[in-house]
Design a protein around this ligand. Structure first.
Ligand SMILES: C[S@@+](CC[C@H](N)C(=O)[O-])C[C@H]1O[C@@H](n2cnc3c(N)ncnc32)[C@H](O)[C@@H]1O
Length: 287
């Protein structure tokens, strides 16, 4: 589908304008989000072509700000179609309702959702510290029997959609939605409960690592740690993340190993999203 759209736009836009459109082109349910060319006529060309090529698209929005703030949201401007940023999105057999303007949501993490859910064993307790509308949490609970997921987000709108997504996907008895700051919630009620902690918020992950460790059981467990890393030339973004995290865990006296690490995706020139699967050893001194 993307190839077909690119072919059609090739004759209507300059190569530079075309490559910018594709640097941020996402389809979420019946909504398309693009980084539209600055020239309004070019922006309209893109929007009209998307609606013609992708028949199920009801709205095309231009992303007019970076993803920002503690809720990790972005400003969107309607280019074509009906102004309704709420849509339904299907992933891994689950249906998610999401407001793409008031909540963080990216279909680019779908591979990670599945990868992490596949690593979970039957009966595990998981703490998702930055759950958004509940993608990792709901997919994990649907895929792995008898799991319990504490699913935390600080954005009240994302929390409301998470509650709805838990209900629609019928995992209400196994995904527990929690609204608030994950560090505070872990400190108050989730100390030593988890086999696995998910940290899908690169901007805060390092500062919240002590809370993640404290959420793990005394017998140890797993932390899935996401980061953004700048790397040029010979630099390895994964190694840079590992160095930073190793220092932090070392300073906390935590014994661990990096079981697996990789680049999830490129997020800009010389910028990468990385993930570390950290296996934390049993912590005998833990209360
Ligand atoms: C990158 S998004 C999560 C994406 C989600 N896991 C997914 O795969 O779609 C990060 C989320 O963390 C939430 N957040 C930011 N600061 C937080 C905090 N201190 N405690 C809990 N949630 C927080 C934001 O509201 C946002 O929904």
């Amino acid at each position: 589908m993307r190839k077909r759209l690119k072919e059609k736009l090739k004759n209507q836009l300059s190569p530079e304008a075309l490559s910018k459109v594709y640097s941020a082109f996402d389809i979420i349910g019946d909504i398309a989000i693009v980084k539209a060319p600055k020239n309004p006529a070019d922006a309209q060309t893109v929007a009209k072509q998307i609606m013609t090529t992708h028949k199920k698209i009801c709205a095309v929005y231009s992303q007019t700000s970076a993803i920002k703030g503690s809720h990790r949201t972005r400003q969107l401007t309607l280019l074509a179609g009906e102004d309704n940023p709420v849509t339904k999105y299907k992933e891994a057999g689950c249906t998610f309702t999401v407001d793409v303007e008031k909540c963080y949501f990216s279909p680019r993490l779908s591979h990670e959702h599945l990868r992490v859910a596949s690593a979970v064993s039957r009966g595990e307790v998981v703490v998702n510290m930055f759950a958004g509308v509940g993608s990792f949490s709901v997919i994990t609970a649907r895929m792995v029997p008898e799991t319990k997921v504490y699913s935390i987000d600080i954005n009240p709108v994302a929390y409301q959609f998470m509650v709805e997504n838990i209900r629609v996907n019928r995992v209400y008895n196994r995904v527990i939605p929690l609204l608030g700051d994950s560090k505070e919630i872990v400190e108050a009620k989730l100390q030593g409960v988890a086999d696995r902690v998910l940290m899908p918020l690169p901007e805060k992950a390092l500062g919240y690592l002590p809370a993640a460790v404290s959420a793990l059981k005394k017998s140890g467990g797993w932390i899935h740690y996401y980061d953004f890393e700048h790397a040029v030339g010979e630099e390895d973004p994964v190694e840079k993340t590992e160095t930073k995290v190793a220092e932090k865990l070392g300073s906390l006296g935590v014994r661990f190993m990096f079981a697996h690490s990789h680049v999830v995706r490129s997020t800009g020139p010389n910028w990468y999203q990385t993930v570390l699967d950290i296996q934390v050893a049993p912590q005998p001194n833990k209360l």
